[in-house]
Design a protein around this ligand. Sequence first.
Ligand code: SF4
Length: 290
Amino acid sequence: MSRVYLNLGSNMGDSFYYLLNAISKLDKLDMTKVTKVSKFYKTKAWGYKEQNDFINCCVELETKLLPYKLLSEINNIELSLNRIREVHWGPRTIDIDIIFYDNLRIESEKLTVPHKYYKQRNFVLVPLLDIIWDKKQIIKYIDKNSFSELKEYEYSKKIGISACLLGYNVKYNGGNNYTKLYAQTLKLDYLKICPETFGGLSILRVPSEIKGDKVFSKRGEDLSEEFKIGAIKTLERLKKYGVDIIVMKSKSPSCGYGKVYDGTFTEKLIEGNGRTVEFLLENNIKIISY
Ligand code: SF4
């Protein structure tokens, strides 16, 4: 496994949502895990000054992806999060830079590692200091004069999350989908939800899938009403706590976003959203799929 440090930044739209979404997508890459996430920092724009402040953070990855493969996966993540770059160093929804890749030195047209400008950027150095093992290597470059331009950023709302991702045993088989990234690495104020249990289904239940505009259990019972109630109760809970970002377990007939099982119980995925996700999107809740 190689150890890689990245810097992430955003200053367009809901920056915290873009950062969290990018971190989730990095953690879901093949043969890759996000092992540490720094605090978040609000910083003045660097280079082109006529733009909003950035929110930045650094993450540590362990990966078996080689540098250029990782770079191409990072570019895909940026594209999927609508990065628009009209001005060099201008506003963007998400920007992800590779700072270090083990002790490798690469200088090519596509990739320079260590990153060319990391020593001149407090918004890279300060978050790096939160997570890197070799702090001496970083601290000497921090510019104390511009230190005050960097403010710790704390997201003030709760983040909604599928309870099974935090390790709660609410899955149909009594198990969970524990995810270290959310349960341990990221320290956020969570509001946990489980639409299927909110809809009145018991924790040990027969699995269900969406078929057309209905939801059926594997035994053929029509559970559309229970799934509808689960979606309504989830939204009520999010509204009650002022939550507008939620992390949802992928592929589920309630929580899936972008892809769900096709209704044949043969593990075949099709494009589509779970019932709760569909309802939350209609009500302007931002979804992160995990
Ligand atoms: Fe997890 Fe959602 Fe299924 Fe509940 S309904 S077990 S939160 S995926």
